[in-house]
Design a protein around this ligand. Structure first.
Ligand code: SF4
Length: 310
């Protein structure tokens, strides 16, 4: 069988080792060398170009409950669980003591330890056990899983829990949480635990600022990515029509695979951008030196434009 192996950036160093396993079984193996940041990004076009029978995508679970259109290429998701020391969660218990009911979310890399995490939180520090709730998201379909673009496994618990615990490396994932509640990030790599809902609020305010700035723009670029799980051409076309109808002088749809901020800067023509691609591009607005808003903000944006451009 001809097989294309695809790894996210953090796992590309494992590629040769994994390739050897398939080669030993007699398969012809190819490695996708393009950047991959998420489950939204399956190398289907590359697989088709090299006439691969199968694409093996490492490190991510399926994106949403509908299988990606694979054009005849078989797709296998191979999780890459990373086992970490959970002691840091135990040491966060004093911080969590005031909250009886806790929601818990983590990334796909640590989901295999979810039951152990729950056990630690449920036991609490003996005199103070917690009730622990988890649920499933929309695009992040595994119990307790969050993605940078899908925090619904956390948001659905708002109102049902007293606080939320995110367990995992970095703060990219918890900063995407939309609901307001006490949120704690427990990081097994930095061995740290801290409350981060103030940071989330700051991010929200920054996004509001970019929304207002975009409403004043005379030229808007709408970003469309051709990545398998990000492609939003129809939504972009509909947004373009609505913006033109409200009198925005210039609106263009920009089609790309990977969004390259340097390439965007070279246009030197747009006052602001709307992304129909990865919603977390808004975090990188400084790199393109222009405001970026998510497509999900379009109704609010149109409303502001209506109210302010009489
Ligand atoms: S759309 Fe963005 S946040 Fe969502 S999985 Fe893809 S890269 Fe990650």
């Amino acid at each position: 069988m001809r097989i294309l192996l695809q790894f996210p950036q953090g796992l590309k160093s494992k590629a040769l080792e994994e390739a050897a396993k398939y080669e030993k079984e007699g398969h012809e193996v190819f490695l996708s060398a393009t950047a991959c940041w998420g489950a939204c990004d399956l190398a289907i076009d590359e697989a088709k170009k090299i006439k691969a029978d199968k694409l093996v995508h490492y490190g991510h679970a399926q994106f949403g409950d509908k299988a990606a259109k694979s054009g005849g290429v078989e797709i296998e998701y191979k999780l890459y669980p990373i086992t970490v020391d959970l002691e840091v969660l135990r040491s966060a218990l004093p911080l969590l003591a005031p909250y009886k009911k806790l929601g818990l979310v983590t990334t796909v890399s640590h989901l295999h330890q979810l039951d152990d995490m729950k056990k630690i939180l449920r036991e609490g520090d003996r005199s103070n056990p917690h009730e622990v709730l988890t649920t499933r998201g929309a695009m992040a379909i595994l119990e307790g899983q969050v993605l940078g673009c899908d925090s619904s496994a956390a948001d659905k618990l708002a109102g049902k829990v007293d606080a939320l615990v995110y367990f995992g490396g970095g703060e990219f994932h918890p900063l995407g949480i939309k609901s307001k509640m006490p949120i704690f990030a427990v990081n097994p790599y930095a061995r740290s635990a801290r409350r981060i809902d103030e940071d989330i609020e700051k991010k929200r305010k920054r996004e509001q600022g970019m929304l207002i700035a975009t409403s004043q723009a005379k030229s808007i670029g709408i970003l469309v990515s051709t990545k398998s799980g990000q492609f939003g051409l129809r939504a972009a076309e509909s947004a373009k029509k609505k913006l033109l109808a409200l009198g925005i002088p210039r609106v263009a749809i920009l089609v790309t695979g990977e969004v390259d901020f340097n390439s965007l800067k070279d246009f030197n023509s747009f006052d602001a951008y709307i992304t129909t691609a990865c919603p977390r591009l808004v975090d990188d607005a400084e790199r393109v030196e222009k405001p970026i808003v998510n497509l999900s903000m379009l109704p609010r944006l149109l409303q502001i434009i209506k109210e302010t451009r009489v």
